[in-house]
Ligand binder design. Sequence first.
Ligand SMILES: Nc1nc2c(ncn2[C@@H]2O[C@H](COP(=O)(O)OP(=O)(O)OP(=O)(O)O)[C@@H](O)[C@H]2O)c(=O)[nH]1
Ligand SMILES: [Mg+2]
Length: 334
Amino acid sequence: MPMPPRIQMRLIKESLIGKEGSERVRILNGHLAALPGFYQGPYGKIRRWLLDEIERSRGRMRVRHQESFAVPKEGDRQVALVGAPNAGKSALLHALTGVQVRVAGYPFATLKPVAGLAWINGGGFQLVEVPGIIAGASEDRGGGRALLGIARNADQLLYVASLGEPVDALEEVLTELEVAGIDKPAGVCLTGLDLPGAAGRAEAFLDAYPGLPQRVCSTVTGEGVAAVSELLWALSGLIRVRPRQRGVGAGAAGPAIWTGEAGAGDAAGGEDRPFALDAGAVVTDLAARIHKDFAARLRHARVWGPSAKFGGQTVGPRHRLADGDEVELVLNRR
Ligand SMILES: Nc1nc2c(ncn2[C@@H]2O[C@H](COP(=O)(O)OP(=O)(O)OP(=O)(O)O)[C@@H](O)[C@H]2O)c(=O)[nH]1
Ligand SMILES: [Mg+2]
């Protein structure tokens, strides 16, 4: 004689209190086996709930049992997108990189890190969505240690918070990273600029976190997304250097002059595509970046821009470049 469904559901829930992981799944499977074989009505409902709960418990197990989520680095900088559940991290990742991810109006839609590559001013930024950080993450709550490990491994952080969520949601996340001792160049992206009352709410965030550079955007309309890219660039400390355009090529007898024509080097994508280099980079670093042979063939360079004393100054391979420079490389012929 089966129990009334409501009582059965209550007993099932009671039996699950404090049970996690494989033990929880085992108990759920036990209930499933003991359930009267109705697929409709109240017992059908319990059956579906049990099946869903098994799925959810397995999902949480995958997160918890993963010791490390290290994402191999690509590009010039790896950026961890860190925030509370439902902050808009996936939507932002999609807006910045075009990568297809699950965007959903419920928390914990993302359970594993997801990465995408964004090109900003000629620099490759690998954005990694860290699944939602909850209070207690630094003590491994919700598999928090592995999640925080992603942020620890990244070069810079972008905190993500929604203008539709309480201002405190971000506070919890910041606290967990602080407790975990993670300190990187960081900024904040507030999503939901299209929501009613967003401007006023953005001010409340600004007041609450004055120490962090903040940008607001809408992943729905795209407004403000470009400014978020610029923030990532500013946090990176990279400099951008352009190949100098020339009207005429070098004579066949003279040295080869690289002016950035498409096809001149493996990495030269277009006519005046900038190259992103680490601050402190010298002319040889630029040459090596453009083509693997160029550093060895480099004779000297001519520079226009902030690092040059005058436009077209001839400089040696060890000349230190600056953001906004234009450079012409003079190479020995092969
Ligand atoms: N109106 C509006 N909604 C947004 C914006 N950005 C994200 N959302 C919505 O916010 C919800 C959560 O977005 P997600 O990108 O899935 O959030 P998440 O931080 O990845 O969430 P988890 O992976 O579950 O931690 C979804 O319903 C999105 O459609 C925005 O700029 N404007
Ligand atoms: Mg997500």
